[in-house]
Design a protein around this ligand. Sequence first.
Ligand SMILES: Cc1cc2nc3c(=O)[nH]c(=O)nc-3n(C[C@H](O)[C@H](O)[C@H](O)COP(=O)(O)OP(=O)(O)OC[C@H]3O[C@@H](n4cnc5c(N)ncnc54)[C@H](O)[C@@H]3O)c2cc1C
Length: 297
Amino acid sequence: MDRFSVLSERFPRLPLEKDFSFRRHTTIGCGGVAEVCAMPGSAESAAALLKFLQREKIPYLMMGAGANVLPQEGRFDGVLVRFTGLCGLFLAENGRIFAGAGVTGGALCRFARERSLGGFEPFTGIPMSVGGGIVMNAGVAEGHFSDVVERVYAIDSGKLRGFSLSECEFSEKRSLFQAGLPVIAAVLRGTRTPREILEERSGFFREKRKDLPKGRSMGCCFVNPPGLSAGKLIDECGLKGVSCGGAYVSPRHANFIINEGGSAEDIGKLLSLVKETVQKKTGIALREEIRRLGWDT
Ligand SMILES: Cc1cc2nc3c(=O)[nH]c(=O)nc-3n(C[C@H](O)[C@H](O)[C@H](O)COP(=O)(O)OP(=O)(O)OC[C@H]3O[C@@H](n4cnc5c(N)ncnc54)[C@H](O)[C@@H]3O)c2cc1C
């Protein structure tokens, strides 16, 4: 029996999609297909699915909004678990927000603003789901997820478990959950702030993003080394505009790779070229911020 049939028989109410296209569902617009995509709609359903996949040794990958991933070309013979169905968003006591992993960054910012809760404005315009944002500790210099998280709920050894802020091990574009723990939801802390101020701050962050490169990308490809800008280093190494197949280093912002019909291999080669050149010319080893999907399965 193929995996689509196995899953639909075992989980009759679980939304499934056959031959899921990474090219269509990621911001970078490359990659092949996954045999099946499963989109659980509740924490219980996600926990049951992941327990089943692990027990049956079925290979799986996880994805949120697909804004920071580089999916491999070809066919992934396994299951892609997407968390976009976990979209509960509630106001809890004392300015806390409960958000499911599939809530979009835009919905979270709007929800907080409409309830006069501050702290989320730096996320304005960042393409993401709450789950992906937590895994990546997304944000900008003025604020990251680690500044608003109170508790994260993730599946650990087949069970839903709450992680306190210190247990999340957040650092620059990193968290404990990158070890492969599926994030299901979070309790986030807002600060009471007049709505006009929130509107103004959101406008400030929206304006700041206006100059970012347009086109298909994964955002910044490399983490800034301590006290330095990865984009500036790449620019100083003369790499702006360098291309490989249909992908090139943005002439506007050297930490962005823009894809115009290139393959994952083109982008992978360009990432290696940037890393090697920067290492050779400056002695600095850049760390990839983007997450490769399926490259070692
Ligand atoms: C134009 C553009 C601008 C950007 N600007 C910024 C910026 O200003 N600041 C910033 O920090 N980032 C930025 N990014 C990167 C991206 O928006 C963030 O990294 C964001 O957190 C990705 O969220 P996502 O839901 O798309 O995660 P995905 O890209 O889908 O996944 C990222 C990683 O998390 C894993 N994952 C996703 N969801 C879950 C889950 N629920 N449980 C467990 N693992 C999961 C995936 O397996 C993958 O390893 C930008 C990207 C683009 C395209």
